[in-house]
Design a binder for this molecule. Structure first.
Ligand code: SF4
Length: 391
């Protein structure tokens, strides 16, 4: 069930098989953070078990030309979003800043709280940053025209299908992201191909867009975006290297967490929210002027993307927690935990994007929002991640 209730998810499996069968098209994939701790459940693994290497092997066997990682773009998102937040904080305007990487939440805000749209970060989601940047850079690197490159996302999410079809995420009539498969759809393709998933030899993601830090990985669970932004902001504000990168206070299972964090002698007032009913509570508080948050993370699904509607259905409520723990283990297992340490992201800025938040970065990595209140008045019903009406 789509957490926004805005669409009936269409399976894109057949579209992707057709793309893979076309020898004239180079098909590359991006895999979202939460997929790596969920897809294995379709093949008997425990929630949170790491299966990324086997998933890459399966996708290469199926015919994807390159398999990349959305954590690369999540690192980009951290840098752009943290800089945007620090600039707003310094100017004392358009606060609190809401995160904008969850299309379920963005659409909810457009429908029901358009007066708060100036407070949403202008950053595109990692999926869309990946699409716009890679469609801009890779054709030149491969010596092919843009229209011969297709990007397929593997997402825990049905709302990402809607997001990829938004007209602002296209150039010359060609979408930045061509197709979106949910975790379940990807597992079905592996079954259709007749692969024995558990017997596959793990393979590595392709470089450079397959490289991400732990900051990008934890995007897949509630509090992860906030923590990743804090890892950036703490270094930027203090000018000192951050060695202990864990911000345990922003982690947790409650759907509405209020946390104060000291950064460089300043206290940041944060809210970490999942579920659209909780988002509504926070929006009403802001409208009433009864809170003083600086930064608010909102994810539509229970527990964040690990609990996305495209993930394998798991009736064990503890499964979501184990998926989140899998992401934190993945962060710990990496050498790099801060987005600003991603050497390939830094190369993109040095060689192509220019300044963080600069002209090129704005063109490719940021977006705008539109009021959809009229549609909301006609629809009147919105569903949460469990498919229950919330308004
Ligand atoms: Fe998609 Fe849910 Fe994640 Fe939002 S929280 S991006 S709707 S999976």
């Amino acid at each position: 069930v789509c957490p926004t209730g805005a669409l009936t998810p269409k399976s894109e499996i057949e579209d992707v098989w057709n793309l893979l069968a076309n020898p004239e098209v180079t098909v590359v994939a991006q895999i979202a953070p939460a997929v790596r701790v969920g897809l294995g459940e379709c093949f008997g693994a425990a929630p949170g078990d790491p299966i990324m290497g086997r998933l890459v092997a399966a996708m290469k066997t199926i015919g994807f030309d390159q398999v990349y990682d959305t954590t690369f773009a999540a690192d980009l998102t951290v840098i752009e979003e943290a800089e945007e937040f620090l600039a707003r904080k310094a100017a004392g305007e358009k606060l609190p800043q809401f995160t904008s990487c969850c299309p379920g939440w963005v659409q909810f805000a457009e429908q029901y709280y358009p007066e708060l749209l100036p407070n949403l970060s202008s950053c595109r989601s990692p999926q869309q940053m990946f699409g716009s940047l890679v469609k801009e850079m890779l054709p030149e690197q491969l010596g092919i025209p843009r229209k011969k490159l297709a990007i397929v996302s593997v997402m825990p999410c049905t709302a990402k299908k809607f997001e990829a079809r938004r007209p602002e995420f296209a150039k010359d009539g060609s979408p930045d992201v061509d197709n979106v498969l949910t975790t379940q759809e990807m597992a079905r393709m592996i079954e259709q191909a007749g692969l024995r998933f558990n017997d596959l030899e793990p393979q590595s993601r392709d470089m450079p867009y397959g490289f991400g830090t732990g900051a990008g990985v934890i995007f897949g669970t509630t509090g992860g975006v906030t923590e990743a932004v804090l890892r950036y902001a703490a270094e930027k504000v203090t000018g000192q290297t951050l060695y202990d990168t864990d911000f345990n206070d922003v982690r947790g299972e409650s759907g509405l967490r209020e946390v104060n964090v000291e950064v460089g002698g300043n206290t940041l007032h944060l809210a970490v929210v999942y579920g659209l009913a909780n988002a509504r509570v926070v929006c009403e508080k802001i409208k009433a002027g009864t809170c003083d948050y600086d930064l608010i993370e909102v994810m539509a699904c229970p527990g964040g993307c690990v609990g996305g509607a495209g993930q394998p259905v798991n009736l064990d409520l503890a499964a979501r927690k184990r998926r989140a723990q899998g992401l934190y283990r993945s962060d710990k297992g990496r050498q790099l935990h801060k987005a600003q340490d991603n050497v390939f992201v830094n190369q993109c800025y040095a060689k192509f994007l220019g300044d963080v938040g600069g002209h090129k970065a704005h063109e490719l990595l940021h977006t705008g929002y539109q009021s959809r209140r009229r549609i909301a008045d006609e629809t009147l019903v919105i569903l949460d991640g469990a498919g229950e009406p919330r308004l």
